[in-house]
Design a protein around this ligand. Structure first.
Ligand code: LLP
Length: 426
């Protein structure tokens, strides 16, 4: 009897056509033949749909999406999102340079990041408005440096304070960012102090407040909580400055379905934004995962398998260096065979070839796979924080990336070679 495989709803760009897994109808098997294994594959349709889902549910709000580049920094992904109207949330000079290469308009960029160095700032301060719409300040020391440098270099720029509202986003501990104990942002007291001291600086203009309380958030409650604190602080800050702020940045964090999570409803999220921020001239959102996660899959081949009693291990050609989320966070990713075979589903530990016990993709996962070399599968929902967190650990060259968009298959990053691995070594 033929076995079916129920894919999670969120990955609707990855579906079976006559028992073969496709991305928007393009056979994944053929992509592996053409580009080799392992391989990251993304669906442009999925990215477009997710972007439009956010913008259409926020209709009526003065919205600018600033895509969190760290989720997937490929230049072609940035270009696609930019063509839809997105700007960028950038957390390093490297990410800023990517936005530059992808020609994302500077007025749609914000510069975040907890450790902007004087050297990075100096490069940016050579440009009008520091090459961005606004700089998001994460600490008092950083702000003092910015004021000093902007005055010394006579460069006008906008800033926003990143507020740490001390709210628990109730997500994985390792991806929570809005609690007092987390390293991010400034407290209410710090922000008000800075406003009193530097509120009237000739070069640095305080224009906004930003928050980001965590990632993979699946409940509206923490947002509600954080938004009300942000609304309060906005009023206090405006009272100190004697003028209104021109924008608020509400960060990212909207969770997706990896397994059986129920993502928050975007219209409900939009209603919450409207409830708290009625008269704000401009609202920025920084989605990363919610635009990219479901749009991507990591394709991989079985190299070997082992059976020891009831314990079965499937050894793949991909490893934690290609997708580290399961190893790092214990994250769940759906795994789907590329061909629905005749075999029964049995439990497998799915692992990579890295010399670390934590190098796994799934434990005790029921899969209709025989365990034969060359069998192929897709590790789903890995479009965000997949390639961008990959490494060359164990001296494994980084793998290739392919984008399927508007009927075209594009290689958007070549597979690295052994030469690339040692290129900078002397
Ligand atoms: N804005 C800021 C300031 C951020 O730090 C982040 C993510 C985002 C926006 C985007 O958040 P998103 O919409 O993607 O949840 N590597 C982890 C996620 C770390 C997120 C870091 N900051 C993972 O794989 O789950």
């Amino acid at each position: 009897m033929k076995k079916t495989f129920q894919l999670p709803k969120a990955t609707d760009s990855f579906f079976y056509k006559k028992d073969r897994l496709t991305v928007d109808g393009v056979l994944l098997d053929e992509l592996l033949e053409r580009f080799g294994s392992p391989l990251y594959v993304y669906s442009g349709t999925s990215i477009r749909k997710s972007y439009q889902a956010i913008t259409s549910s926020m209709k009526g709000l003065p919205l600018q999406i600033c895509y969190a580049v760290k989720a997937n920094s490929n230049l072609q992904i940035l270009r696609l999102l930019s063509s839809l109207g997105a700007g960028c949330d950038l957390v390093s000079y490297g990410e800023w340079s990517r936005a530059e290469l992808a020609r994302v308009p500077r007025e749609r960029r914000v510069l975040s990041g907890v450790a902007k160095t004087a050297k990075e700032l100096e490069s940016l301060f050579k440009l009008e408005n520091a090459g961005v719409f606004s700089v998001h300040v994460e600490s008092a020391m950083e702000f003092e440096l910015i004021v000093l440098m902007a005055n010394a270099m006579r460069r006008k720029l906008r800033v926003a304070f990143r507020y740490n509202p001390d709210v628990d986003a109730r997500t994985l501990d390792k991806i929570s960012t809005g609690r007092k104990k987390d390293k991010f942002g400034l407290t209410r007291e710090e922000i008000l102090d800075l406003a009193i001291t530097y509120g009237d600086d000739d070069f640095v203009r305080i224009e906004g407040l930003s928050i980001h309380i965590g990632s993979q958030i699946t409940s509206l409650k923490p947002y509600d909580h954080a938004f009300s604190r942000l609304a309060e602080l906005k009023e206090e800050l405006e009272a100190h400055l004697g003028r209104s702020l021109s924008y608020l940045d509400l960060g990212g964090g909207i969770g997706v379905q990896y397994r059986d999570e129920r993502p928050i409803s975007l219209p409900d999220y939009a209603a919450l934004v409207k409830k708290h921020f009625k008269k704000v001239p401009k609202i920025l959102l920084e989605p990363g995962r919610s635009l990219l996660a479901s749009a991507g899959a990591l394709l991989s081949e079985v190299v070997y398998s082992k059976e020891r009693g009831r314990n079965r291990t499937l050894i793949l050609d991909a490893g934690m260096n290609d997708l580290v989320r399961p190893a790092l966070y214990g994250a769940y990713h759906e795994i789907a065979p590329l061909i629905l075979g005749q075999t029964d589903a049995v439990q497998w530990d799915v692992v990579g070839g890295i010399c670390e016990s934590s190098d796994y993709f799934a434990k005790n996962r029921k899969l209709a796979i025989e365990g034969l070399p060359g069998e192929r599968l897709a590790i789903l929902s890995s479009g965000a924080y997949g390639f961008s967190m990959s490494s060359t650990y164990n001296s494994r060259p980084r793998i290739a990336e392919v984008l399927v968009d508007q009927g075209k298959v594009k290689l958007i990053r070549k597979r690295e070679t052994i030469k690339d691995l040692v290129r900078h070594e002397v």
